[in-house]
Design a protein around this ligand. Structure first.
Ligand code: 2IT
Length: 448
């Protein structure tokens, strides 16, 4: 009753924020056994307090394009929950960015960050700026104006932004440069995902994809299986998908399908080797909307306007593109295929009805993104640690910490599901474990 009543109230209050409501419903319903075992949560109005961002900042971003026309965008920073540490989370620059999308990402980030076991709260930001077709100097001017609106709200002990879609190392450089210009202070780097020349961490660009593969290895190991010879389908070809391809091929797996907004690629030989990986990196930089040129370059199949969910020659599916990539119709195709593992990577890549459908399939292992993709923000927290200690870790050191972190996240999810008699349920386990850490920190800090 308490959970459903809370969800219903939120649906009334935020009726037009569909993505946000979707994320809240998924976490609260997945953590049901924990919430029902703790009547003190209801007394403390904990669910509503967890669903409400501590602060939602919205600002105007005005910049001038190369033709001298003045352009106006909207910037957001959602400081969702700071109970465990400074707000931490990426910035997304994408045309479709709305308050609901930033809020859902900030909410998810809170539980994901809690799962890392590191002292970081949850936040997210971004803008409806569309990076497609923009020149280098337009990107720089936009980033500078964006930081003009944001700088007074962030800081190394307050809120530490990073990248997300449309924000990579180049954008982080311009954002940090403007922050430093405004504040006249290095402030431990303030942002993460920085370049190596001014405080970035080795392996941060690969961390989300590598972490996802390390998590996958834990799942396989737990079930007496291995990645050797497994055929993997990854949706997307951005930074995260690229990291998965790089690591999976090193460990003996084969990414035979990937996709873009224009359709999907089927490369029977697998995406491996410097040439293919380098081509994908360049393709993303030149044109984040089309992956067809890969098929032309390497002589493999391209299927226009379709998704590969449901093809019969894949063992492992890793949606690593956008939210709500897999709907109920795709889920039914996946369930009817030979795939044994559905490992979410992108933030909320599955609609709630599709996720419930997939979770109800006996022969399919389902893992949730907030656990699988936590390696990215985890290495960001390690970048913060390196910056505050004023030193650099070697790639081996970062990698060792990342591996251990992914194993800990997997183990604590398995343990949490077991504790509530749920069996091997990675979705419930991760949500319970993440929720409990945030809940404990909030309960101990009193009512506010
Ligand atoms: O979704 C995510 O976890 C990120 N975009 C990375 C956040 C971070 O602070 O590194």
């Amino acid at each position: 009753m308490y959970i459903q009543d809370t969800i219903n109230d939120l649906k009334q209050r935020y009726s037009d924020e569909t993505e946000y409501l979707q994320a809240v419903e998924e976490v609260f319903l997945s953590a049901r056994p924990l919430i029902e075992a703790h009547p003190e949560y209801e007394k403390a109005d904990l669910l509503k307090r967890m669903a409400e961002p501590e602060r939602m900042i919205r600002f105007k971003v005005v910049w001038t394009d190369d033709q001298g026309r003045v352009q106006t965008n909207v910037g957001y920073r959602c400081q969702f929950n700071g109970a465990i540490g400074p707000y931490k989370g990426g910035l997304r620059f994408q045309k479709n960015v709305s308050q609901s999308i930033i809020k859902f990402l900030g909410f998810e980030q809170t539980y994901k960050n809690a799962l890392t076991g590191l002292p970081i709260g949850g936040g997210k930001g971004g803008s409806d700026f569309d990076p497609a077709g923009k020149s280098e100097s337009e990107i720089m001017r936009f980033c500078q104006s964006f930081m003009d609106g944001l700088y007074r709200y962030i800081g190394p002990d307050t809120d530490v932004p990073a990248g997300d879609m449309g924000v990579g190392q180049r954008e982080i450089g311009y954002l940090f440069g403007q922050y430093r210009r405004l504040k006249g202070n290095f402030e431990n780097g303030v942002l993460t995902g920085k370049g190596l020349s001014y405080g970035g961490s080795l392996e941060r660009p690969e961390a989300t994809g590598y972490g996802a593969v390390y998590y996958l290895e834990e799942v396989l190991k737990h079930l007496g299986d291995t990645i050797q010879g497994k055929r993997i389908g990854v949706s997307g070809y951005g930074n995260v998908a690229w990291g998965i391809m790089k690591k999976a091929s090193k460990l003996g797996g084969k990414v035979t399908y990937f996709s873009g907004p224009d359709g999907y690629i089927h490369d029977e030989d697998g995406v491996e080797g410097e040439e293919k990986l380098g081509f994908i990196k360049q393709m993303r930089k030149n044109d984040p909307m089309h992956c067809r040129s890969y098929a032309e370059k390497f002589g493999c199949e391209f299927v226009e306007g379709k998704k590969f969910w449901g093809v019969d020659d894949l063992d492992i599916l890793m949606p690593a593109a956008v939210q709500n990539d897999v709907d109920l119709e795709s889920a039914k195709k996946i369930a009817a295929s030979n795939a044994k593992y559905y490992i979410e990577v992108a933030n909320m890549p599955t609609t709630n009805d599709a996720l419930n459908y997939l979770r109800s399939q006996k022969d399919l292992i389902v893992a949730p993104s907030k656990a699988v993709n936590a390696g990215g923000v985890g290495v960001s927290a390690m970048e913060m640690a390196q910056n505050s200690m004023r030193l650099h870790w070697s790639e081996e050191e970062v990698d060792e910490h990342l591996k251990k972190m992914m194993k800990d996240i997997f183990d604590c999810s398995v343990a949490a599901a077991n504790e509530y008699g749920l069996g091997f349920d990675l979705v419930a386990g991760a949500n319970i474990a993440g929720f409990r850490r945030v809940a404990d920190a909030m309960m101990e800090q009193g009512v506010f």
